[in-house]
Design a protein around this ligand. Structure first.
Ligand code: NAP
Length: 330
């Protein structure tokens, strides 16, 4: 089968489409004919081997697992021993939560995963739409509901609203009845408003931390402002939910803003400061699929690439200015 493969830590330039053996499902596993996969920043960190301490898990000198991709959507093609609740032909979506196993990853024609990691896909979704949901959709849901606890009428600010997580967080926040302020570049303002934002702030022109407004919940996907600056516009009993940063380095990866946040949040009585650090499980995906069926959101795909152009897709994601999700059609 064909799969996106990298043999050494580095950049997208080292990613090739190779012929590799088609994986066989072990006991409790299923083999999936992957139809679509989506990219996440985690794929880039694993490709680079950043932060370096990640290599204790992923392979010290060279990657133990040469595949790319965590999110997938496709059809069950073969069942391993003991799998009872899925059938060949079932359409499924999921996130590969054991990326350092010996298994090939999701940007490949075939994938083997434990059956519990494959959730049946509703027919209302296309494979490409389903493939964008697992990591980004669940992170958006965790941010809005589990950590943000957003209630009708509350004010929420979403920083990084035009990217893969942001476009879903905006919709979920609006569906929860919140008043949504979205921070994104001016070019994305009309898309983000169309998704439900009540107001957009172009971060290249305005500083949201300098305004005279207090937010009940702030969801930060980019760490463009320090925690001290953000605290100025967070209500005294508000919640700050941190998901990630566009800043990264070989030694600390995206951890520097996380450490900054952890220390700043200690001096904030009354406020709650959280980092999203949950692994997606199938129950989360089922809840997200239910929210989709209720009309809470629609999957937003910014760009589609064929398997042969996966390196270009990674380069685009690395710019930090993606619009919605990046999908690889397989
Ligand atoms: N904690 C978790 O479980 C978890 C899970 C998944 C991802 N993450 C992290 O969450 C972060 C966001 O992921 P993503 O998939 O949404 O990324 P993405 O698709 O690359 O989107 C990032 C967005 O941020 C915007 N942006 C860049 N600089 C900005 C700034 N200064 N102010 C406001 N917006 C800015 C970009 O668009 P424009 O600049 O063009 O507006 C882009 O739309 C990443 O750091 C990722 O590693 C965390």
């Amino acid at each position: 089968m064909k799969a996106a493969i990298y043999r050494a830590y580095g950049s997208a330039d080292g990613v090739r489409i190779e012929d590799v053996p088609t994986p066989e499902p072990g006991p409790g596993e299923v083999r999936i004919r992957v139809r679509a996969a989506s990219l996440n920043h985690a794929d880039i960190y694993m490709l680079r081997g950043w932060p370096y301490m990640l290599r204790l898990q992923s392979g010290l000198w060279r990657p133990k697992n040469n595949g790319i991709g965590l999110d997938f959507a496709g059809e069950i093609e073969k069942l391993g021993e003991g799998v009872a609740d899925l059938r060949p032909g079932d359409a499924v979506l999921g996130e590969m939560t054991t990326p350092f196993s010996g298994r090939t990853r999701t940007i490949a024609e075939y994938l083997c995963v434990p059956a519990v990691q494959a959730v049946k896909m509703p027919s209302a979704l296309s494979f490409e739409e389903a493939a964008v949901l697992p990591l980004a959709g669940c992170t958006a849901m965790f941010a809005v509901h589990d950590f943000g606890g957003l209630r009708p009428g509350q004010r929420v600010l979403i920083n990084g609203a035009g990217g893969g997580i942001g476009v879903h967080a905006v919709q979920l926040a609006k569906h929860a009845g919140a008043i949504v302020t979205a921070v994104c570049s001016g070019e994305k303002a009309s898309m983000v408003r169309e998704l439900g934002a009540d107001r957009t702030i172009d971060y290249r022109r305005e500083d949201f931390t300098a305004e005279d407004i207090r937010y009940d919940v702030m969801i930060d996907l980019v760490s463009s402002r320090s925690p001290e600056e953000c605290r100025r516009v967070l209500a005294s009993d508000g919640r700050f939910v941190w998901a990630g940063s566009m800043e990264s380095s070989p030694v600390l990866g995206p951890l520097r803003p996380l450490l900054r946040m952890a220390s700043a949040s200690r001096g904030a009585p009354g406020q709650r400061w959280d980092t999203i650090n949950r692994k997606t499980i199938s129950a989360d995906l089922m809840k997200l699929v239910e929210l989709h069926a209720e009309g809470a959101f629609r999957p937003v795909i910014g760009l589609r690439y064929p398997l042969a152009e996966v390196a270009d897709a990674i380069r685009h994601m690395e710019t930090g200015h993606a619009s919605g999700k990046i999908v690889i059609a397989i």
